[in-house]
Design a protein around this ligand. Sequence first.
Ligand SMILES: Cc1ncc(COP(=O)(O)O)c(C=O)c1O
Length: 486
Amino acid sequence: MNPEIPPSGRVTARRLAEHLGLWRRGGSRHGAADLAAGIRMLVLDGRLPPGTGLPPERELAEALGVSRTLVASAWERLRTSGLVVSRRGAGSWTAVPRGRSSGGLADEPADAHQLIDLARAVPEAIPGVAAAAEAALPRFTAELGGHGLYEQGLPELRARIAQRFTERGLPTEPDEILVTNGAHHGLAMALRVLVGPGDRVLLEQPTYPNAIEAVRAAHALPVPVAMTEDGWDLDGLEATLRQAAPRLAYLVVDFQNPTGHQLDEAGRARLGTALRRARTPVVIDETHVDLDLRDSPASPPPFAAFAGDLVLATGSAAKSHWGGLRIGWIRASRELVNRLLVARRGLDLGSPVFEQLVLAELLAAPPAALVERRARLAAQRDALADALARECPDWSFHLPDGGLSLWCRLPAPVSTRVAAVAQNFGVRVAPGSFFAVHGGLEHWLRLPFTRPSDVLAEAVRRLASAAASVAECGAPMADNGPVPVT
Ligand SMILES: Cc1ncc(COP(=O)(O)O)c(C=O)c1O
């Protein structure tokens, strides 16, 4: 956008006054500074996008019930910092300043146009995917003579997935496996079979945001049980299973998204007993189970070892190999697999053959690439932790043993604001509220360590600038609600 070009859209004085909410700090005698800070916040968090026409000073003064001199003085401050541009005859409009500003804004990052996207906690493909695709080609060619429809999944892929469960200590047959289009598809299918409109579904809070969406899409009611800073509140889970009688539970017990916690064997045994007592089926999302970043991986046995047929485990190649394959699986009792297969007829008729063949090749390969992935993620996790200790010393987090992200506690409840403002500093992150059923978690921000260490260091520098900018703009303005970040 060229800041010299007058705007097309305008905000009225009344609307701007509404946006500003309680802009004046209680007892403050610095009205012009407070007003300028309020407007700066609106520009930075995207509610007054650059290029928005501002109302005449007189009208805004009237709408806010302040003197015109105060508004003029606030405008002057904003002009000096480059956030407002004025031209005689054309009025004033908002802008995002380039380069150094004298108004207290942090410098723009070196390459502000390259957005660092940390909103997705998804790594790139593991080495060997292209080679696996080549190796899969002859088998694929042979398949072309047939119908290509495998509602339960290609037998050879199911055999490999079953073998992996067996190696993890849970004997599994191929007919207890159903291949899906990713773990999320597995959850959607489970909801279709096990839950009806108005049923309650127990979830951890925080949890994987798309799981909350899936529960809502099934017209069910998500019932959150808060995690503690150390992991699962087993008393709270037991009480909710008893009192809320959920129709289904959804839990991520291996390197949970977003906290990174893993439920230990004793916790699994206790929770398994509670689920069996309540007879509540549970979807255990194992998407992150292969991302154990300890020197010697030491994950406890799969959850199904503790709650038997109540468990429907969803897994995925997305984090261990590549999300673009869109292949995952469900491990469940034969009876449940059959019900899922019937439900699948109303949804889709199976997963793509080629991608299944590629994954079968990848699962047959020696684990060297996965070992290397884990080592890289561990190094990136440590680099992110170091950068945070340097740039954001008042943010705290526990260093997870696995998974893909740090769940950071901010010193003030400003996570949505930091996430919104961060986009203007060239980094996209998911605020705590995304991981909650009814918003909130404003003290928390999820930071994935899925990018190279130098990119993470730059992202943290940008985040520190965004956080400083939010802090500078004073206490959160009331009554404006959460700011959506995409
Ligand atoms: C806990 C969890 N479950 C499921 C998914 C989605 O997995 P898939 O891509 O296999 O559908 C993700 C992706 O971020 C996740 O973190």
